[in-house]
Design a protein around this ligand. Structure first.
Ligand code: KIV
Length: 277
């Protein structure tokens, strides 16, 4: 293969086969330009329901709808060619029954072209995961801090500390046995994340977990410094685009008020310049 040959998007089985290998790289995306930016660098891109908080100003992910996920999924799909797209099932779209989960997962995949869906929950969701996988829907699971359950978890706390570690381990094992091709571990102690990674035969994708996971994911607006409402301990800011953008907007406003913008180079003459011979 030449160095410039386009990368082919991995399938869920390719992701599964990366267990224990070079760590999988992933970010969330919600728009075409962001997806284009990360496509050469990511193994998979998640259209996360975090879109509700980082782009729509919602206080949690609970208000995210199927229609929002589909619109953002379609935008992200237009920006990807080499990375697989995974899309989140929003709160309320899969918990009631296996059939409800199938209908909504099939709709998300058909209308966006996603290669897989992600849903939150461990033991309680294992039967649903097995039902979907048996019917052609690859599932990425998500255990530990599951933001759609903040009202029963009591907030965005670290999950699985102390005795609760056994239940978290059981959740991860249940989703792996049910056929999930990978599992996100969110906000769990490092030693537990390492123990889960050793115990399950599918890749663990850490977010606030451990460098020992089989892959890592971050919310792109967090790592670029675009979402500044709060910063979780597990976020590393690789840029401060929010601050840079705010400075740029302030400079534009000053220029407009002082009539410095537009300058001569931004306006048009009455007549078009002569074509060059
Ligand atoms: O919605 C999301 O962004 C997620 C990641 C935090 C894993 O589920």
């Amino acid at each position: 293969m030449s160095a410039t040959a386009p990368k082919k998007a991995p399938l869920p089985d390719d992701i599964r086969a990366r267990k224990g290998g070079v760590p999988l790289v992933s970010l969330t995306a919600y728009t075409t330009p962001m997806a284009q930016m990360m496509d050469p660098h990511c193994d998979f891109v998640l259209v996360g329901d975090s879109v509700g908080m980082v782009l729509h100003g919602l206080p949690s992910t609970l208000g995210v709808t199927m229609e929002m996920m589909i619109l953002h999924g379609q935008a992200v799909a237009r920006g990807l060619s080499g990375a697989m797209m995974v899309i989140d099932m929003p709160f309320g779209s899969y918990e009631r029954s296996r059939e409800q989960a199938f209908d909504n997962a099939a709709r998300l995949m058909a209308e966006t072209g996603a290669g897989a869906v992600k849903l939150e929950g461990g033991v309680a969701m294992a039967e649903t995961i097995a039902f979907l996988v048996a019917r052609g829907i690859p599932v990425m699971a998500h255990v530990g801090l599951t933001p759609q359950s903040i009202n029963t978890l009591g907030g965005y706390k670290v999950q699985g500390r102390g005795a609760a570690g056994d239940a978290m381990m059981a959740d991860a094992k249940a989703v792996a046995a049910a056929g999930a091709f990978a599992v996100v571990l969110e906000k769990v102690p490092q030693t537990l994340a390492d123990a889960v990674t050793a115990a399950v035969d599918i890749p663990t994708i850490g977010i606030g977990a451990s460098a020992g996971c089989d892959g890592q994911i971050l919310v792109v607006d967090d790592m670029l410094g675009l979402f500044t409402a709060f910063k979780a301990k597990f976020v590393k800011r690789y840029a401060e685009l929010g601050a840079t953008g705010a400075d740029a907007i302030a400079a534009y406003a000053e220029d407009v008020r002082a009539r410095r913008f537009p300058g001569p180079e931004h306006v048009f003459a009455d007549t078009a310049p002569e074509p060059r011979k």
